[in-house]
Design a protein around this ligand. Structure first.
Ligand code: UDP
Length: 243
């Protein structure tokens, strides 16, 4: 796959369709894999957290989630085909279940949220089989891992917050033999209807972050990383250094 290196993180230049096809290939192959939907905050975290950076290196696919990544790739002179967010990717995979009856495990979110998301998703996409669900507020994951091993999902969606979810997938879900695990951040909050996604015009014009900021002002500090991220990308283009 064609990739662009953004501050040392390799991001795949894939369309949504290609990303969904890749998921199909990974499920068919059966060996445990990790998919990351990367936004600037994720790349910034990888700069400061070596074990997280290793997670991104080990990922079988890293997609561009967020307009900041699209802008960064343009600055680097290697434009990406499109944004592939966690919600868009999972929705496209759910659509595929008409042809491919994947089994899903939903892990994460506040108690009750993944359940509500599962009900809404199953009503909208009848082919989706959710074989197991657990919320994301746990200390001991032994029972969850036993449940995952028993239910044998094809695809695990992990919504534990960026960083933690990817590390958990790499250390735990892959060891439990799940073919495809995807870190999906706040997606269950959106699928359950608890949080509203930005209107399509905002998604298309690259303003989804503004909608999130207005609705979740607590994200402000996190979003301050975006200008720093873009400056670092510009510097990396000017100096030719990756980090
Ligand atoms: N979450 C969780 N367990 C935790 C912390 C967070 O399950 O210990 C969930 C939280 O309920 C939310 C998601 O993780 O559904 C993180 O959402 P956010 O929009 O912050 O995603 P991020 O940008 O961190 O990927």
């Amino acid at each position: 796959m064609d990739r662009v290196s953004i501050l040392g993180v390799e991001v795949d230049n894939v369309s949504l369709k290609e990303a969904v096809n890749k998921v199909g290939e990974l499920v068919a192959a059966g060996s445990p894999s990790l998919i990351v939907t990367a936004n600037p905050e994720i790349i910034w975290l990888a700069r400061n957290d070596n074990s997280f950076a290793q997670c991104l290196e080990a990922a079988q696919m890293v997609t561009a989630d967020g307009i900041g990544i699209i802008i960064a790739a343009k600055i680097l002179g290697k434009p990406l085909k499109q944004r592939v967010t966690g919600i868009d990717l999972t929705t496209a995979i759910f659509t595929e279940t008409e042809k491919k009856p994947y089994k899903f495990y939903f892990l994460g979110g506040k108690p009750g949220i993944a359940q509500k998301a599962s009900e809404k998703i199953s009503a909208r996409f009848p082919g989706v089989q959710v074989v197991g669900i657990h919320h994301g507020y746990f200390d001991d994951d032994t029972m969850i891992l036993n449940d995952i091993r028993e239910k044998k999902p094809d695809i695990l969606l992990a919504a534990l917050g960026m960083g933690r979810q990817e590390k958990w997938i790499r250390e735990k879900a892959m060891a439990a033999g799940v073919p495809v695990s995807i870190g999906v951040g706040g997606s269950f909050d959106v699928f359950s209807g608890e949080v509203k996604r930005a209107p399509v015009w905002m998604q298309k014009t690259g303003l989804e972050w503004l909608h999130r900021l207005i609705n979740q002002p607590s994200r402000f500090t996190r979003m301050l990383q975006l200008p720093k991220f873009l400056m670092a990308v510009i510097m990396s283009r000017l100096t030719g250094k990756q980090t």
